[in-house]
Design a protein around this ligand. Structure first.
Ligand SMILES: [Zn+2]
Length: 327
């Protein structure tokens, strides 16, 4: 189970580059090619690093315990890769392990790569996007129910406050929102998801009102994602693969207009991407019933708490959704 963030929009704010040793020169230095992590792509724009940052991020050194700026830090927001800016961890997954470094029991899906150390004793974690060294991950310590501790060097990260994050949003209706949220929250680069209601007439609808078919709302999942790690098109492909887009006002056993398939697009680019995917499916012979509407015409209303992360809270698997390869 994850906790919810408030609604965020705005721009990414990088904290000033960290300087842990005043005796060393601190002018930004671009690493030469031999220092760059092997997985760093030439297409990825990376940030200049100080010599101390290069030691940890590029040469896998470890900052001294109890010295990092985020060890006892409790701001609300996310932690990004200092080298490339990808969102890596949520403050809601941070916990105090007393180990001397910032500790998290979960990472943004797909954002952190795990690789066993050469001696086989520990597992290194790196940024999946740029390859920058972050620290190590441990299990079997039972600090939290997830039994996972991402032990991260503060110097490898920047903190970005919740209201300063550069994120994008998408809204998908594909039947019962329990199953839709289950799949979307696990998608690469997704920062958070919320189950709710969209596309109807009334304000602050309740589940009972939506089920009465009097409000016109569809069960909808709001997705907040990092555009550096995924895209609306990637998320929309997943949307089309976790439900049957040919069904009208129902999805499997769930019947009613609140279970219709619909994309509430944020802008013309999202609309064009959705139309392109529908054309691909129609070219394969599917009669796609998915509605497309502008998100600006509607308000997304968060559903009752017991609908949020329903399957995760109850330890069950979705009965209503499963993934079928369509692209
Ligand atoms: Zn990175």
């Amino acid at each position: 189970m994850k906790t919810k963030f408030p609604v965020w929009f705005s721009f990414l704010f990088f904290l000033t580059a960290m300087s842990s040793n005043a005796q060393q020169p601190q002018q930004p230095a671009s690493p030469d090619a031999s220092d760059a992590p092997a997985s760093a792509s030439a297409q990825i724009k990376t940030n200049p690093l100080t010599p101390d940052e290069q030691d940890v991020i590029l040469r896998k050194a470890t900052e001294r315990p109890f010295t990092g700026k985020y060890y006892k830090f409790n701001g609300k927001g996310v932690y990004t890769c200092k080298y490339c800016g990808a969102i890596l961890f949520r403050s809601t997954d941070k916990f105090d392990s007393e180990c001397g470094w910032p500790s998290f029991d979960a990472a943004i899906p797909g954002a952190v790569k795990q690789t066993p150390d050469a001696d086989g004793r520990r597992t290194e974690i790196t940024c999946a996007r740029c390859g920058g060294h972050l620290g190590h991950v441990f299990t079997g310590e039972h600090f939290t129910p997830r039994d996972t501790r991402y032990c991260v060097n503060s110097i490898s990260m920047n903190f970005v406050a919740a209201d300063k994050m550069k994120v994008e949003k998408a809204w998908f209706a594909a039947g019962c929102f329990w199953g839709v949220q289950y799949f979307l929250e696990r998608a690469k680069g997704v920062v958070t998801t919320t189950a709710g209601y969209m596309g109807g007439k009334t304000k602050k609808p309740t589940y009972k009102e939506v089920c009465s078919h009097a409000t016109g709302h569809a069960e909808t999942v709001e997705v907040v994602y990092d555009p550096l790690q995924t895209s609306f098109e990637e998320l929309a492909k997943l949307f089309f693969e976790i439900h049957d887009p040919t069904q009208v006002d129902r999805q499997g056993p769930d019947i009613g207009d609140q279970y219709r398939g619909e994309i509430f697009y944020a802008d013309d680019a999202q609309k064009a991407a959705a139309e392109k995917l529908i054309q691909i499916l129609e070219a394969k012979g599917m009669k796609v019933a998915t509605k497309l509407d502008s998100a600006t015409a509607f308000t997304f209303w968060k559903a009752e708490d017991y609908h949020q992360f329903y399957y995760d809270k109850n330890g069950k698997q979705p009965y209503c959704h499963f993934r079928t390869q369509r692209f």
